[in-house]
Design a protein around this ligand. Structure first.
Ligand SMILES: Nc1ncnc2c1ncn2[C@@H]1O[C@H](COP(=O)(O)OP(=O)(O)OP(=O)(O)O)[C@@H](O)[C@H]1O
Ligand SMILES: [Mg+2]
Length: 373
């Protein structure tokens, strides 16, 4: 790895799938959008798959509330933000439920099974019930777009998961779920009637049925029966998604803040990528505090003359605080740099406001990509 001019260019060159991961609130969505914008500026047909973007960022990307639709960001607006380029910037908000529906549609053996599953009330609950299903659906959509081949580069934002690892395990989890014992029991009960649950459970369920007015057990058995029949398709799919994540054309960017808790998460995640055989590309330390540039180097008495003593003291205090923060961030970044030796480490400074428009994305992209010419 080069320690000279630091930029993301080398890391993303030739990649077709870029996954931005990290713990909650560190800037995954912002980074994913900025990298997609930077790649579009550099001539690539790029799409960013966002998850739950802030409303204002979604507006900036022209994303409607409805998910799973590909939208092109207007070239003139990109140009106005200083992001004019030869490529195209597209964006999409991932909707786990819609992706799940599409997955069922593809895997159902026939139209009748498909309709039965989609119309089943249990199905609605399931997308929340399967651990990591949101993560899995992000991967699923990524794979689908990759197969369709309409874009040069796919940049994937990932959901905020507490340990930031859920989505790595999501394909396997879903495959295990369809194979699981509880699912088998439900499938069997669909064939054998209520017997398997024993008298107690049967009585409880019928009370539930009466209370809710829903034919709960029948719905459950029917749903799991149809769903279980798709197990092979799901397993297959999960394997392909995992293969894509490990592929040469894929890279993972870990996003972190320079603060201790996020750094610990990033370190853990970095190790996890290695042990799962997933390709690590770069660590992006976002929102790094920079020292306050002091205007002139006159003594504090000048500040006091200018502002009066009480206000001058307060200003001095604020400047000292911010500089201490900057020192601490710089020390943390250096520590990370010495630990992460198999990829690039890049910094994005704390900007003066939220990043919620194309101009903001251009600023972040400007920090990550090398200046051209
Ligand atoms: N470099 C920066 N300077 C200032 N604000 C930033 C910067 N990067 C991100 N932000 C702001 O921080 C907030 C969190 O960013 P973002 O939504 O990208 O994080 P996230 O990791 O996607 O969060 P979540 O885990 O909730 O999905 C947003 O309001 C964003 O505008
Ligand atoms: Mg986000």
């Amino acid at each position: 790895m080069t320690r000279g001019a630091r930029s993301i260019d080398g890391t993303v060159a030739g990649k077709r799938v870029i996954v931005c991961a990290g713990s909650g609130g560190v800037g995954k969505t912002t980074t994913a959008a900025a990298i997609a914008a930077g790649l579009a500026e550099r001539g690539q047909r790029t799409i960013v798959l966002t998850i739950d973007p802030a409303r204002r960022l979604a507006d900036a990307l022209d994303l409607p509330a409805a998910g799973n639709e590909e939208h092109r960001v207007d070239d003139e607006r990109l140009a106005a933000a200083g992001l004019a380029g030869a490529g195209e910037l597209w964006a999409m908000t991932l909707d786990a439920k819609l992706t799940f529906d599409a997955l069922i549609e593809r895997n159902a053996p026939d139209a009748e099974t498909r309709d039965r599953v989609l119309a089943n009330p249990i199905y609605r609950q399931l997308s929340n019930a399967v651990a990591g299903s949101q993560e899995y659906m992000a991967m699923e959509k990524l794979y689908e777009l990759h197969q369709a081949g309409a874009y040069d580069v796919l940049v994937l934002d990932t959901p905020p998961s507490r340990n930031a690892l859920d989505f790595l395990e999501a394909p396997g989890k879903l495959a295990r779920f369809v194979d699981s014992r509880s699912l088998q029991v439900f499938r069997a009960s669909g064939r054998a009637g209520l017997g398997l649950f024993g008298r107690g459970a049967g009585a409880m369920l019928s009370v539930l049925e009466r209370a809710t007015g829903v034919e709960l057990l029948r719905d459950l058995a029917e749903f799991f029966n149809a769903f279980g029949g798709m197990a092979e398709g799901f397993r297959d799919r999960a394997r392909h998604v995992e293969e894509l994540l490990r592929a040469e054309e894929t890279t993972f960017l870990l996003v972190t803040s320079p603060r201790a808790a996020a750094i610990a998460d990033a370190g853990y995640f970095h190790a996890k990528l290695a042990s799962s055989g997933m390709p690590f590309g770069a660590l992006i330390v976002n929102r790094v505090s920079k020292p306050v540039a002091e205007t002139g180097d006159g003594p504090d008495s000048e500040l006091a003359d200018l502002l009066g003593a009480p206000l001058a003291r307060k200003v001095r205090h604020d400047i000292d605080d911010r500089n201490r923060l900057a020192e601490r961030d710089a020390a943390n970044v250096e520590r990370m740099r010495s630990e992460i030796r198999d990829g690039e480490l890049l910094q994005v400074p704390e900007l003066s406001g939220d990043v919620h428009d194309l101009e903001g994305l251009a600023l972040v992209a400007g920090q990550l990509f090398a200046r051209r010419r």
